[in-house]
Design a protein around this ligand. Structure first.
Ligand code: ATP
Ligand code: ZN
Length: 285
């Protein structure tokens, strides 16, 4: 039987979360992490480890069928692949930063300036969209020191907290692109591989969904059950079980993190007691 070939980052910021996601999907590859290629034992999957920069091209060419890579790298490399699913990790932004002392007031400040970056295509597009004429210096690493050594007036680089910028005397001026890790796929997968990808995607979605929801249990006096069930919609509807103590019930349901604290407050106001909140491992609806 054919196996689905997946390309992951060998080491770096996406490596751990990518391996963890597979593990949460029931695919354990932890005994081969220092190899370049390993086969999962309990899913028809072959895992390749590459530099993230090479992943879009390898998936475009079909060397790997699918891959996990940052959108920033994907768009920069302009690879012809399908984006299947955002994965919710590896969040960062590509930003333009200028020396802290610069009197930066608007994008116009960048006109005629030199900007150092490893993301030439993304920066070029951004400057073009904003009618800015600047000179791009493409360098492959240590972009943040370019202004202090006189190589550039500004930089365009990835930022998550901004602390690297700060320690290099820079301040963030503009966001060029927002990114997270995505699952990508080769454009023409065989039916068999497409079927395997669908199976993997089904698991990924169940894992993702579970992270945004919590299982909640509480005790309530029976006369309050109507009001409480109204607050807790659940997947279909809440589960109600009688407690040993007459006149009381236990209510079980699932709540989305977006409304979590609001719901807890309302439940308390309606007389709910002994509220327990439990993480959900997988959620299939
Ligand atoms: P490789 O050796 O694979 O080429 P790299 O040094 O190019 O690795 P990393 O620094 O490991 O790349 O970053 C990989 C990806 O992680 C980035 O392309 C980006 O999508 C994401 N990322 C998330 N947060 C950050 C951040 N603060 N700085 C840089 N990248 C980040
Ligand atoms: Zn890289």
């Amino acid at each position: 039987m054919d196996k689905l070939k997946i390309a992951l980052q060998k080491s770096g910021r996406l490596h751990e979360d990518s391996v963890k996601l597979l593990k949460e999907c029931g695919i354990d590859i932890s005994n081969g992490l220092n190899k370049l290629k390993i086969e999962a034992e309990n899913f028809p999957l072959e895992v390749f480890f590459f530099r993230d920069d090479d992943i879009p091209q390898y998936v475009e060419e079909g060397i790997a069928d699918v891959g996990i890579v940052g959108e920033n790298v994907l768009v920069e490399k302009q690879a012809l692949v399908d984006v299947i699913e955002p994965l919710g990790f590896g969040k960062c932004r590509l930003s333009i930063a200028v020396p802290r002392a610069a009197a930066y007031d608007s994008l116009n400040w960048l006109n005629g300036k030199r900007i150092a970056t490893s993301y030439k295509n993304l920066l070029l597009q951004f400057l073009k969209n904003n009618n800015i004429e600047a000179e791009i210096h493409e360098i492959s690493g240590s972009v943040e020191i370019a202004p202090s050594i006189g190589l550039a007036d500004a930089i365009c680089d990835l930022v998550s907290t901004g602390s690297t910028l700060f320690s290099n005397g820079l301040k963030e001026a503009e966001t060029v692109f927002k990114s997270e890790a995505v699952l990508i796929a080769h454009k023409q997968l065989s039916d068999e591989k497409q079927h395997l990808l669908n199976k993997l995607l089904f698991r990924i979605k169940a894992v993702k969904k579970s992270k945004h929801n919590k299982y909640i249990l509480l005790n309530a006096p029976n006369e309050k059950l109507n009001a409480i069930c109204h607050i807790l919609p659940g997947i279909k509807s809440p589960t109600i079980l009688p407690l040993a103590e007459p006149g009381w019930s236990s209510v079980h349901s699932v709540v989305h993190e977006d409304h979590f604290w609001e719901i807890i407050e309302q439940l308390k106001a309606e007389g709910a007691q002994g509220i327990l909140v439990i993480p959900i491992e997988k959620m299939i609806v």
